[in-house]
Design a protein around this ligand. Sequence first.
Ligand code: 9MR
Length: 485
Amino acid sequence: MAHLRRDRGPGSRRLRWWSIGLVLALVVAGGALAGARSLSTTEDVPALTDEEGRSLTLRGFSTAGSAKQAPDGLPDLRPADIEAEYADMGTNFVRFLISWRAVEPEPGHYDQAYLDGVAERVDWYAERGYHVMLDMHQDLYGTEIVPSHAVGNGAPGWATHSDGLPIGEHEMWELYYLDPGVIRAFDNFWNTTGEHPELRTHYVGAWEAVAERFADEPAVIAYDLMNEPYGGSLQGPAFEAGPLTSLYQSAADAIRTVDDSTWLCLEPQAMGVNWATPTGLGPVDDPRDGPARIAYCPHLYPLPMDLGSGYTGTTKTLVDGTVQTWLTNTLRTSERLGDVPVVLGEFGLDTTKPGALEYVDAVYDVADDHGFGVAYWSRDPGSWGPYDAEGEPRNLVAALDRPYPRSVAGAVGAIDADEHELTFDVSPSGGLTAEVYLPDDFSPGPGRPEVTVDGGEVSGWDGTRRVLEVMMDPEASEISIRAGS
Ligand code: 9MR
């Protein structure tokens, strides 16, 4: 189904890793210049679709960092946490962290008990109407990268070959990416060393085992093939267009032997692209019958804020420029990969910083405007998350509780969400219904202003989940929902 493209005209980390000065100058200056140019690539991308072909707007969290080093590989999460998340923010999506070390603890042995644990949690989400993206997470290659297990997650110990090269101790976790031992572990994984061609085959095999397990689970909508890929001594297009694209192709081919419907989500390399540099990732052919189900899932962590400031003053201007550059590059990549949907698989920050919520709003506005899914990093309690250590809602909750069209029969385009008005572009088809999430103070009820709809009429209201069903006019190009006239 064609998505809606509309030209809206103009305007609509922690890098202390490399040479801070150089990259900061390049990315920020590029971003600032781009901002000044008033970029005009403000088109929307197609949405991911569910098993009934409905277009989905995905809103949720990466869940959770607590799984990274947990002995059982599972996040600290209970059904009540999902209930609270829904009640507070009406999310419909989770980017659920899984790991290669838990899937394949021994070479060729796929741990069904672990997959049972994942399946149980997928059920918790499915019962509450969520869509799940399984994210094969890694940071710094694997848990065994240092004997203390102080940092690193992802790969199993048997697949970790640092060849005795040194790994230091750093306060900032990202700095470990520069240590020779970490670089060598990745070089062995990508077989840049020529010594370990078996590792990529195992990784692909692990994905096939996961896909075999979840192929018939409609709530699992996507597989995020690798979190924040890192090329070791191969960087940039040499890495992304080379071994990374080739790994994705092998994973797609293997997954499609057991699962021909779940979307495959491709991440670019994190270094640079998270800060808005372009990606060199190549297109991946989807061997399924029918239209490709490939999505592009970059992350966004503008550098200036990660260097310590909030979203204020000059930093705000620089961050805005970075976001614009990231957006332009993301839209170009979506087109280059075959006009594919985009899921912003991670963005997030310490929301105690000045202006943090304004930044969160700005990023959600970008996602709304262009039809991107979002998984905020992360669902873990603390200063970045929606809840504190006692489970009490933090300031982020109110910022993320926004109205949105959860699913639309047909195509959905740009969304414009205000406190008491929601407008979105549509091209209705099929059953003609749109399901819309409304925050509590936007919802109908005694003593509340009436909710009015243009472009269709109300055909249902689920007061518990605060989901409004709209029967769209077949000719409607825009649906507008207002609390009060
Ligand atoms: O926020 C996470 C931090 O607490 C961990 O120490 C670190 C290393 O595992 O990972 C951070 O989460 C990162 C995520 O795994 C990948 N994308 C960037 C996230 C924020 O830095």
